[in-house]
Structures are given as structure tokens and as C-alpha cells.
Ligand binder design. Structure first.
Ligand code: FAD
Length: 503
């Protein structure tokens, strides 16, 4: 490298991770972050004494025994963090009075599904077999002692050799296609609602394997403490973060990135530039599309993104102690289809954060209603700020009234309602179309699980990308690993041995 300095755009998990590993390896780094706090999408906000958590449901690698855990130790999240594992992923109450529970334990899940719908024994057993196949899939970690790493590599190779065909089968089928195999319409619909149906089934199997292994825990305190821990780790290693500094342009000279220009017009130069910000803004705005060949453009033209959210946080003066603790909440049928936001809905999802008393005053509870929404709808509505505000108020009112159907009396106990739209996500994190996790990992792009997306752009030197826009499927572990992978590449280019430490 001509110059040891690195500028990183964005202090989300990927940017902070890149910063942390770059500091561990002797690079001089500064991060420019447009928001006033770290974490990007992994955040939370306070309203009237309640914390609305904007992100974490589960963190893969939470178990000290898993290969991924060392990464959380390196970036300073595992230390002092209490993870809890829940027995239920989600509950679905049907209009015909049945309750489907997606248990996190695979044996319990199998038993329950078979009891729920005996006629679907064949696809249920297929699904469960798929999860069991993923249970022993602990990836080799660089932190493992050499012998353990070798053992894991051999085991991994063996799994690939013996199960390769089956894995490909699951990668090539979406949830939508697989769920069609179930005859019971309630089971079919429940699975569609409880999971991202466009996802490759392989992702679902993996997720349930992590849950079964109690390696996808929820961190008490939620998202923001994790982001603050990450930022602390970065600054304790000597890294610098400039908050409230939006990058407008990546400076390029003779096809080499040489620095950035901020919104305030100031210019900052460095040997390398890493964008850990939104992919679309990076490629098509900060770099004006000059380094976007056909392959680079393809995802932005053809791939699907995680649908943006209408995200309603509620503070309720009720303990919900008798309700089950779940990873992703529950959903119940409405008495009649009702318009919420732009869409008619006949069901309502609700996530009760009764597993985390730190998010609400004593005896009270923080709740979230999270619904897929339309970016275009809210964007158009926001042309008229009054109409946008009015609609948000209407959503708040409707949600509270509808919750009364399932939890009578709740409307009298609601002390706070906060509505975030896809535009809120866009405003605070810059993510394209308000998407909350980047690219969906579908059968169409599941090859990226084996062959990764590029972290560079054709024809542009000294420039790199990391984070959810170059890692289909997104998520916090992926973003951290993306920053790590990138710094490893930098070290290799510079002929350095890549080093990591644990705080
Ligand atoms: C509701 C919800 C639930 C989720 N649940 C989970 C979960 O349970 N488990 C899990 O692993 N993941 C979950 N995720 C996904 C996870 O939060 C994201 O995939 C991850 O945080 C992405 O990190 P990132 O660093 O790649 O991107 P981001 O978090 O988007 O970070 C990008 C950063 O760049 C900054 N930025 C953008 N443009 C500029 C600019 N021009 N100049 C300066 N700074 C800029 C942004 O402000 C931001 O801080 C969830 C997300 C949401 C919203």
C-alpha cells in the first residue's frame, strides 16, 4: 500500500468491523458516519422511558462453543454480554382457533408439526431432516487451535462430499416453492408469514440449526449496547470516528480512490477508501456510476432486496409475563381485514419484548409490530408532509385498536406509540429503498454462498466495499465477517500477516 491510511464510510457493523481489524493490523483509520451514533441498522431509540429496539432478534455465534463466537470476542461484543435462548421462534394463531408454534428445538418442532398436520408428514420430515443436516455445520474458525481447525475442515469437507447434492437441492428451492408442498393451508400460510418466503430454503434450515444449537441468542439490552461496544472497541484500538459527517463523493484520481468529499465541502485524503455504506449510494452516487460494469449493475437491476418495513414501537403498562418469550413474536387473525398503511391486512404480527426488562420501566413492556411495506408508497406520500404525518398517526391509532382484539384492555395501557416507515430507515441509515438487510438470498443468487460477491469495483484501485450490500442475506455476523475479510485482503496485498486480538 502506498500509504497506510484508510478512510471508512459508515460506522455500521461492517464499517466498525473493518476499522477494528484495520487497527489491529497497524493501519491508520478514520470513519465518517452521517448519523450521530454508531451501529447503522443495529440501533434502538428511546421514547417516554421505553426503548424501541430497531434490530436484533438473534445473534448467530452467541454460544461460546461455536466457531463464530471468537469474532464476537475480537470485536468486543461477547465480553460482558448476556445472551438468552428462547424455546419458541414464533407463534401463529389461526382463524380456526389453532396455534402453530415454531419451536427452536428440532425434536420438539418435529413432534409439534406432525401433530399439527399429520397429513403433511412427508414434507415435515424432509424439512426436519434438512435442519438436522445443518446441525453439525460448525465452520472452521481461524481462532481455533490448528488441530481443531484441521478436524473441522475435514468434517466440513466430509459433509460437503456426502451432503453436497442435498445442500444444492435446498439452495435451489425458495420457501414459497417448498411451502406449497404442505396440504394444510394454515401450515402453508403460517410458514409463509413466519419466514421470508423468497429466501432460499437453505437459509431457513441453517437458521433453525443455529437456534437448536442455542447459538443464536438474544443479547439482553438489545441492539444499541452491542453497537456502542463495537465503537468502544474500535476507538480503544486508536481508531477515530467523525459523527454527523456525510460523505457525498469518493475522490478519484487516475482511477485510484484518494479520499472523500463531505457534505460540508471538506475533503479528506487517504491511501485507501472503504465504503461500508449503502451499495447503491456508493456505486451510483458517490462514484457517479463510473465504475459500474454490467456485473456490478446486475444485482441493482435484477435481485430482490429485503422488503422495507412499517415499524411500530409501543410502550405498554402491562408485564406480559404469562405470554411466551419468542425470538420473532407472534401473529393473530383480525376480526376483519383492515387497512394499515397502504395495505389491507387480515392478520397482525406482534413482538413482545418480555424477555428483556431493560427495555421498559419496571412492570411495563416494549412491543414492536413489524410489517413489510412499500417504499414507493411512503415516498410518494411524503411529497405532502402533512399527509405523511397524518398517515403515521392513523397507523398508530389502528395498530392500538387492533391489538385490543387479542389483548383486551391494552389500548388503555398503551403509553407510547412510535411509527417508523421505510423513509425513516432510509433517512437514518441511507439504505437503498429503505431495505433493512440488503439482498435477499434467493435460489437466483445462492451461488454467492459458495462464490462471494466482489469487494472491489472493476477499474478502480484503492477502493473496497464491505457490509450487507456485498454479502447477500445480510445480518450482523455477515457484516462483521465482511469487514474482517476485507482487511485480510488488504494485509495480503501488503505482504503482512493478518493478526487479530481479543479485548
Ligand atoms: C428490524 C431489523 C431486524 C434485524 N434483525 C437482525 C437479527 O436478528 N440478526 C442479525 O444478524 N441481523 C439483523 N438485522 C440486519 C442487520 O441489522 C443488518 O444486516 C446489519 O446491521 C447491516 O450492517 P452494515 O454495517 O452492513 O450496514 P448499515 O447498518 O446500514 O451501516 C451503514 C452505515 O453507513 C452510514 N452511512 C450511509 N451512507 C453514508 C454516507 N454517505 N456517509 C457517511 N455514512 C453513511 C449509515 O448511517 C450506517 O451507519 C436486522 C435489521 C433490522 C432493521
Amino acid at each position: 500500500m502506498e500509504n497506510n491510511s484508510v478512510i471508512i464510510i459508515g460506522a455500521g457493523f461492517a464499517g466498525l468491523s473493518a476499522g477494528i481489524y484495520a487497527r489491529m493490523n497497524g493501519y491508520s483509520t478514520q470513519i465518517f458516519e452521517m448519523h450521530d451514533s454508531p451501529g447503522g441498522l443495529c440501533t434502538a431509540w428511546k421514547r417516554k422511558g421505553y426503548t424501541i429496539d430497531g434490530c436484533i432478534h438473534w445473534l448467530a455465534g452467541s454460544s461460546p462453543g461455536s466457531g463464530m463466537h471468537r469474532y464476537w470476542e475480537e470485536v468486543g461484543i461477547a465480553q460482558g454480554c448476556e445472551f438468552i435462548n428462547m424455546d419458541e421462534y414464533m407463534r401463529y394463531e389461526s382463524a380456526d382457533g389453532r396455534t402453530l408454534i415454531l419451536y427452536t428445538n428440532v425434536d420438539k418442532l418435529e413432534k409439534h408439526l406432525l401433530e399439527f398436520s399429520p397429513q403433511d408428514a412427508i414434507p415435515i420430515r424432509d424439512f426436519i431432516r434438512g435442519i438436522r443436516m445443518c446441525l453439525n455445520f460448525d465452520q472452521p474458525s481461524e481462532s481455533d487451535p490448528p488441530l481443531k481447525r484441521l478436524q473441522k475442515r475435514l468434517k466440513f469437507g466430509l459433509i460437503l462430499a456426502t451432503k453436497g447434492r442435498e445442500m444444492r437441492k435446498w439452495m435451489n428451492i425458495s420457501g414459497t416453492e417448498f411451502f406449497m408442498r404442505f396440504k394444510d393451508p394454515v401450515l402453508r400460510e403460517a410458514l409463509r408469514e413466519m419466514w421470508v418466503p423468497e429466501f432460499s430454503m437453505f437459509v431457513m434450515l441453517f437458521a433453525f440449526a443455529y437456534l437448536h444449537n442455542r447459538d443464536a441468542g438474544y443479547p439482553i439490552g438489545g441492539s444499541l449496547p452491542m453497537s456502542l461496544a463495537l465503537a468502544r472497541r474500535y476507538t480503544s484500538l486508536g481508531g477515530v470516528i467523525h459523527y454527523d459527517k456525510q460523505v457525498k463523493k469518493i475522490l478519484v484520481e487516475k482511477d485510484k480512490a484518494v479520499g472523500v468529499r463531505l457534505e460540508d465541502g471538506s475533503e479528506h485524503r487517504s491511501g485507501q477508501v472503504i465504503s461500508a455504506a449503502d451499495g447503491y449510494a456508493t456505486i451510483f452516487k458517490m462514484l457517479e456510476g463510473k465504475y459500474a460494469d454490467e456485473k456490478t449493475r446486475e444485482p441493482y437491476e435484477k435481485w430482490q432486496v429485503f422488503q422495507p418495513l412499517l415499524y411500530v414501537g409501543l410502550g405498554v403498562n402491562r408485564s406480559f409475563e404469562n405470554e411466551p418469550r419468542t425470538v420473532s413474536g407472534m401473529s393473530f387473525p383480525l376480526r376483519q381485514p383492515t387497512e394499515i398503511g397502504y395495505a389491507m391486512r387480515d392478520r397482525m404480527p406482534i413482538h413482545i419484548y418480555n424477555q428483556d426488562s431493560t427495555l421498559a420501566p419496571a412492570g411495563k413492556t416494549s412491543l414492536v409490530v413489524m410489517m413489510p411495506s412499500s417504499y414507493e408508497y411512503w415516498k410518494e406520500l411524503a411529497q405532502n408532509p402533512e399527509a405523511y404525518k397524518e398517515k403515521k398517526e392513523q397507523v398508530a391509532h389502528t395498530v392500538v385498536e387492533l391489538l385490543n382484539q387479542r389483548f383486551p384492555g391494552i389500548s388503555q395501557q398503551v403509553e407510547m406509540v412510535d411509527v417508523a416507515t421505510p423513509l425513516t430507515f432510509e433517512r437514518y441509515t441511507g439504505n437503498w429503498k429503505g431495505s433493512f438487510e440488503g439482498w435477499l438470498l434467493t435460489p437466483q443468487n445462492s451461488f454467492t454462498m459458495m462464490k462471494r460477491m466482489s469487494q472491489t469495483l472493476p477499474g478502480l484501485q484503492n477502493f473496497y466495499m464491505c457490509g450487507q450490500w456485498v454479502e447477500p442475506g445480510g445480518g450482523l455476523p455477515t457484516s462483521v465477517m465482511s469487514g474482517r475479510r476485507l482487511v485480510k485482503t488488504l494485509c495480503k496485498q501488503d505482504g503482512k500477516k493478518f493478526r487479530t486480538t481479543v479485548a
